[in-house]
Ligand binder design. Structure first.
Ligand SMILES: Nc1ncnc2c1ncn2[C@@H]1O[C@H](COP(=O)(O)OP(=O)(O)O[C@H]2O[C@H](CO)[C@@H](O)[C@H](O)[C@H]2O)[C@@H](O)[C@H]1O
Length: 211
């Protein structure tokens, strides 16, 4: 999963399949302003807690955007051009996450998308009715501002239908995380994780496990 080679970064001039760079021109109190932004889809994610063994079910994957924006030692020859040698460890782009995905299927509710993602990425078959909504936040408000809705669901061992790991070419490791270990990750700068990971864990400790 972290065997990453031949990385290059180049400009995405007119947008791609998943991300479109845009410029927003507007007036505020009659003063002309602009903002540079990207259009992206909204998304869902799901805190999964296996009550049979009191473990969180997490996913770990290599995130190219985390890698290029976060790894030390990358030299940018232009603001959007870099050649990244093999000495830059791919491990710096491997995240801790709860499973989730973008909402790019018209006609499916957020809960239905969440149920699909949980099955594809972790192998657990959950029902939409058993999802508890934690809330919706706006991500990357300086550049994107898309909505992400976060759910919580409890599972048992016998709800597992397969190993998960994603579909098509996805390479996703399913990793269980103990409650004490998870608590120690809150506020730990060395943990590479998105906001909803920390939000989801904090919600759990506030609402489900106050020990
Ligand atoms: N920018 C991109 N470039 C190239 N291929 C891409 C891509 N985005 C998605 N894909 C492709 O689409 C597949 C499915 O993506 P997902 O729906 O699982 O979203 P992902 O979890 O990556 O992130 C989404 O869901 C998580 C969980 O909510 C959010 O944190 C995150 O911001 C949101 O993009 C990926 O495996 C990849 O092949």
């Amino acid at each position: 999963m972290d065997n990453i080679t031949n990385v290059t970064v180049k400009p995405l001039d007119r947008g791609g399949k998943f991300v479109t760079p845009i410029r927003v021109d507007y007036e505020q109190d009659g003063k002309a302003k602009f903002w540079e932004a990207v259009r992206v889809s909204k998304s869902v994610s799901c805190v999964i807690f296996n009550v049979s063994r009191r473990k969180f079910v997490c996913v770990r994957q290599f995130r190219p955007a985390v890698y290029v924006n976060g790894a030390d030692g990358i030299v940018w020859s232009e603001p959007d051009v870099a050649n990244i040698g093999p000495e830059i460890s791919a491990k710096s782009g491997v995240t801790w996450e709860f499973c989730g995905g973008i909402c790019d299927k018209p006609g499916l509710s957020l809960e239905q998308i969440c149920v699909e993602e949980v099955l594809e990425e972790t192998g657990y078959a959950v029902k939409a009715e058993s999802l508890v909504k934690i809330g919706t936040s706006r991500c990357h408000v300086g550049v994107a501002g898309e909505a992400q809705t976060v759910y919580y669901v409890e599972v048992t061992d016998d709800m597992r239908r397969g190993p998960g790991g994603g579909i098509d070419e996805e390479m996703i490791d399913v990793v269980e995380l103990g409650v004490d270990e998870a608590k120690s990750m809150l506020g730990d700068d060395t943990v590479v994780a998105p906001t909803d990971f920390f939000w989801g864990l904090s919600w759990f400790f506030l609402n489900k496990n106050q020990a």
